[in-house]
Design a protein around this ligand. Structure first.
Ligand code: SAM
Length: 288
């Protein structure tokens, strides 16, 4: 079971809750959409799911219905109360743990390593499934890829424009640091589109579903700090040629030695070319 538009509206009204734009509160009120997301996530009994921003619980219910064990991290204390009520409501017995915390600040070790379904997290054993708050979706995906190896797969709903940034490749308009970060740690792909009509309140933009599957090892063998130092500098001045945007970090001769044309721009370089620039730019510490 999950929540219909009328049920979400009633819940919000009864609890005197007005969706907060600042927290990206657009709730899914279309049962087929949350079922589709749970299906795309491919989770079931015995699986450990973490949801960021459960809101009033539409997706949480669909995830719990698969038989998976769900840990839901919500920042808004008013919603935590509603969520507890919804999870205790009619339906099958659910394995849902609600954590009241800011997903940008929380200690993920303590969230994922404790509670029902916890114990040994095992790298890559958790699946993140979430309709992410739009204002923190990019840093959340990037930070979790960088710092939480227990999460091996993500199926996230984000603004279409953010989805494009996460899965873009060299030469795409949306290609940037988040695209390189995803490619370094994982394989990302667009797995669906979602219209504004399934949300309450209705946003002004289209949304999309992205699947991110972590690689067993990063795609290239390069020092991460130095690699992303260069990528950040390059995209910081994305319209400039590399010999300008990377000035002071990699000299022109080293760019050539890496097999890269110094008149190219950051948006044209593949992950492998970024890694070659790290190799050519000198010993560890040279540009960190
Ligand atoms: N999952 C629900 C759904 O699909 O209907 C709600 C999704 S809504 C787009 C985003 C949710 O994330 C809201 O419940 C909001 O309060 C919560 N949120 C926003 N920032 C957060 C943060 N930093 N940490 C945890 N939750 C956050």
């Amino acid at each position: 079971m999950t929540l219909t538009r009328t049920q979400v509206r009633d819940l919000l009204e009864r609890h005197g809750i007005h969706p907060k734009r600042s927290l990206g509160q657009n709730f899914v009120v279309e049962p087929n959409t949350v079922r589709r997301i749970a299906e795309l996530a491919g989770v079931g009994p015995g699986d450990r799911v973490v949801e960021i921003g459960p809101g009033v619980g539409s997706l949480t219910l669909a995830l719990a219905d698969t038989g998976a064990s769900v840990t839901a991290v919500e920042i808004d204390d008013a919603l935590v109360g509603v969520l507890a009520e919804v999870m205790a409501g009619p339906g099958a017995r659910r394995d849902v743990r609600i954590v009241h915390a800011d997903a940008m600040e929380v200690d993920w070790d303590s969230v994922l390593y404790t509670g029902p379904g916890g114990g040994d997290p095992g790298d890559g054993n958790w699946t993140l499934v979430a309709n992410l708050p739009y204002n923190v979706s990019v840093p959340l995906v990037c930070d979790l890829l960088d710092g939480v190896p227990a999460i091996g797969k993500m199926v996230v709903m984000v603004q279409k424009e953010v989805a494009d940034r996460l899965v873009a490749g060299p030469g795409d308009d949306a290609y940037g640091l988040p695209s390189v970060k995803v490619a370094y740690h994982a394989v990302g792909r667009l797995v669906g589109r979602v219209p504004p009509s399934v949300f309450l309140p209705r946003p002004n933009v289209d949304s999309a579903l992205v699947e991110v599957v972590r690689r067993p090892e990063p795609a290239v063998d390069a020092d991460q700090g130095r690699l992303f130092g260069l990528v950040r500098a390059g995209f910081g001045q994305r319209r400039k040629m590399l010999r300008r945007s990377l000035a002071g970090l990699v000299d022109e001769a080293a760019i050539v030695a890496a097999g890269v044309d110094p008149t190219e721009r950051a948006e044209q370089l593949s992950l492998e070319q970024w890694a070659a620039l790290v190799d050519a730019s000198g010993p560890v510490g040279a540009n960190s």
